[in-house]
Design a protein around this ligand. Structure first.
Ligand SMILES: C[C@H](CCC[C@H](C)C(=O)SCCNC(=O)CCNC(=O)[C@H](O)C(C)(C)COP(=O)(O)OP(=O)(O)OC[C@H]1O[C@@H](n2cnc3c(N)ncnc32)[C@H](O)[C@@H]1OP(=O)(O)O)[C@H]1CC[C@H]2[C@@H]3[C@H](O)C[C@@H]4C[C@H](O)CC[C@]4(C)[C@H]3C[C@H](O)[C@]12C
Length: 382
């Protein structure tokens, strides 16, 4: 796999950093998650392929253990607010001095500088600060955050993984590691560059929810079908729009022009009435195989059984029966090989990892008896 041989130390975080770690693990990196001790359960639901070491970083000996792990690793990924790692003596200066090849990834909401750098926050806050949240929501409704997708994952975990891969590639030429300052505000905004770069062509010059791609256009929206499900319509181009009208059994000459913005409410009403006359499956029989850009709105469970997704194996079922998306993108020669076994318990691999990283039996026992580390191999064998 593309990242085979890359060793990552992931400090346990909430959601963005775990997603970053899972991406790296899916594509072959060895990801060791460092959990707190005395914690019953992990909140990392994206732990596929990871190992877990439970380590108390509030103790100097715990800090020394982490330093030793980072000394023999390629990447350290930290999900804390600005200054936390420095407070523990684990800042970039501390670690890169000992391992100049280390890639030090810092995934935060607001970045390592600026007045918000030390403020707590979550996806919706970062999305709000990016400028994108102001554009999300239907006309006359308040802005809404699309799950915690855009800042936590697209602009956070994924962008950070991208930064790590860039730094690994650069290190292959320079031999040097570097610091990655991954701000979720900036990552989300960067993902949304199109929204800034397309202002000049007037794509966003109307109020929220009244533009072409923000639920304003009736030919770019969702519609309820007679069985209470939904279809998604994306027929933007005239030639696709014509196929939509045809599939709906409408006569274009009876309708206002597609781009007559003032007539969009009336056109939406017509589409709403027509889509409500058939089931989602019936509309699928009409539109599948055409370029009308009409697709079923599938639930998280339905995605597995749709013929297109099935043909590609787009979704996986792991050994626990859990459905989840397969890693993307698909590389032809070195594709991801996501681990199918269960996620690790906290501290499950403490002993084996410390041994692999050069700690002898006496040192491990001492760390265990002092509560610096915890080992939960037994739980794993239950
Ligand atoms: C996981 C579910 C989904 C959450 C997604 C949500 C929408 C997000 O947006 S997540 C993105 C959050 N932001 C960031 O990641 C940006 C960077 N990070 C931060 O800004 C901060 O970390 C913070 C604001 C997120 C948290 O601040 P906090 O003060 O807690 O921590 P820091 O300042 O960063 O300092 C870390 C401290 O920890 C010490 N540390 C670190 N490692 C160790 C170690 N190994 N040993 C010892 N100590 C360690 C470090 O020294 C720092 O200490 P100091 O502070 O002393 O310096 C979640 C959605 C719903 C959640 C559930 C729900 O809330 C109910 C339950 C609540 C319960 O309390 C927990 C379980 C819940 C089930 C809970 C579980 C999950 O959180 C959810 C499911």
């Amino acid at each position: 796999m593309a990242l085979a041989g890359v060793r990552v130390i992931e400090l346990a975080g909430l959601a963005p950093a775990p997603f970053c770690g899972m991406i790296l693990s899916d594509f072959g990196a060895r990801v060791i998650r460092v959990d707190r001790t005395k914690v019953a359960m992990t909140v990392d639901t994206q732990a596929r392929g990871k190992q877990s070491v439970a380590l108390n970083l509030k103790s100097p000996k715990g800090v020394a253990v982490l330093k030793r792990l980072c000394l023999q690793s390629d990447v350290v990924l930290e999900p804390y607010r600005k200054g936390v790692m420095e407070k523990m003596g684990l800042g970039p200066e501390d670690l890169i001095k000992e391992n100049p090849r280390l890639i030090y990834a810092r995934l935060t909401g607001y970045g390592q500088s600026g007045s918000y750098a030390k403020a707590a926050g979550h996806d919706i806050n970062y999305l709000a600060m990016s400028g994108l949240l102001s554009m999300l929501g239907r006309s006359s409704e308040k802005p809404y955050a699309p799950l915690n997708l855009v800042a936590d994952f697209a602009g956070g975990g994924l962008m950070c993984a991208f930064g790590i891969v860039l730094a690994l590639l650069e290190r292959s030429r320079s031999g040097q590691g570097q610091i990655i300052d991954a701000s979720m505000v900036e990552g989300a905004a960067y993902v949304g560059s199109f929204m800034w770069k397309s202002r000049s062509i007037g794509l966003w010059n109307r109020p929220r929810g009244e533009n072409l791609l923000d639920s304003g256009a009736p030919f770019y929206d969702t519609y309820r079908t007679s069985d209470g499900k939904y279809v998604a319509v994306g027929a933007i181009e005239p030639q696709f729009y014509q196929q939509l009208i045809q599939g709906l059994g409408l006569d274009d000459t009876d309708l206002p022009s597609q781009m007559s913005v003032t007539d969009w409410p009336q056109l939406r009403q017509t589409f709403t009435q027509v889509f409500a006359t058939k089931t989602q499956a019936e509309w699928g029989q009409i539109f599948d195989g055409t370029d009308a850009c009409v697709t079923p709105v599938l639930s998280q469970d339905e995605v597995l059984s749709h013929s297109h997704n099935q043909a590609r194996g787009s979704f996986l079922k792991d050994s626990q029966g859990e459905i989840s998306p397969r890693p993307a993108p698909v590389l032809s020669r070195s594709p991801a090989e996501p681990c199918g076994s269960r996620d690790p318990f906290i501290g499950e691999h403490t002993r084996s990892v410390l041994k692999e990283y050069g700690f002898d039996q006496a040192q491990i026992e001492q760390l265990l008896s002092a509560g610096i580390v915890e080992c939960n191999e037994a739980k794993a064998r239950l």
